[in-house]
Design a protein around this ligand. Structure first.
Ligand SMILES: [Mn+2]
Length: 256
């Protein structure tokens, strides 16, 4: 039996608001538990081995090194965060073996501030400048002028103007048949529908639209996926995790 590795990484050390750390295991449980009793996809999820990192430190460099090391050893096809910084070491490990790799991101923020340290808000600046991977961020709506100029941005306003189908075509054109990684920051969803995120930005996308877009992107066959930034400490009732279900269902179908 071939098992795929899912890295479940509860780290939020560079984030202002704690809670994405606890979001990692909660989202993994929702991904794994959501298929109970649904036949074939239930057995498919059993082929995924969740691997956690129990590091007793807040040092982001140590977490990044560990993620990179495990990613090199096991080529995980899924990372469940935790904060967005974690995408960097995953891509760092993947990029070596995948020439032409591209990165498609859903996010309220571009996370491409030209800041010298690796953080959740500078991760794609370093992906662009250090790893030299093309990055497209869809759904961004916060301080767009401050992104690394190499970052391709499709704003939330453009998404509303053109709709999920047209934006899906733009993503496909950007990928252009190359291998690609798909990174989902759940704060791309409007805080009216999903308030349980560390840095909510008004004017976001509807969950149904995000699920529709993710459906098309996942159908194109990303080599790996991450889903990050769900804040479990801001969701004591679990209402937001339940609201995420249409999106988690798409990820679950991809996993099967
Ligand atoms: Mn974000």
């Amino acid at each position: 039996v071939n098992t795929s590795t899912a890295l479940v990484v509860g780290f939020d050390g560079t984030s202002r608001v704690p809670g994405a750390s606890q979001g990692a295991s909660a989202m993994w449980r929702a991904l794994a538990g959501g298929v109970r009793g649904s036949g074939s996809s239930g057995s498919a999820i059993a082929r995924w081995e969740p691997v956690g990192l129990g590091l007793d430190t807040k040092n982001s460099a140590i977490w990044a090194r560990r993620v990179r090391q495990i990613a090199r050893e096991r080529s995980p096809r899924l990372l469940v965060g935790g904060e967005h910084m974690l995408t960097f070491p995953l891509l760092e490990a993947a990029a070596t073996g995948l020439p032409g790799l591209r990165v498609v991101v859903l996010d309220a923020h571009h996370d491409a501030y030209e800041y010298p340290l690796l953080t959740h808000y500078s991760v794609f600046h370093h992906v662009l400048d250090e790893l030299c991977l093309p990055v497209m961020v869809v759904g961004a709506r916060h301080e767009l002028a401050l992104a690394n100029p190499k970052c391709t941005i499709v704003s939330a306003d453009e998404f509303r103007l053109h709709g999920a189908a047209e934006i899906g075509r733009r993503v496909a054109a950007f990928v252009g048949g190359h291998p690609f990684h798909f990174s989902i920051d759940v704060d791309v969803i409007d805080p009216g529908e999903l308030p349980a995120v560390g840095d909510p930005v008004a004017g976001g996308l509807a969950i149904a639209d995000v699920a529709a877009l993710a459906h098309g992107i996942l159908a194109a066959g990303p080599v790996s996926v991450d889903i990050v930034e769900y804040n479990a400490l801001l969701d004591r009732s679990g209402q937001c995790l339940a609201a995420l279900d249409p999106l988690l269902t798409e990820v679950r179908r991809w996993m099967a």
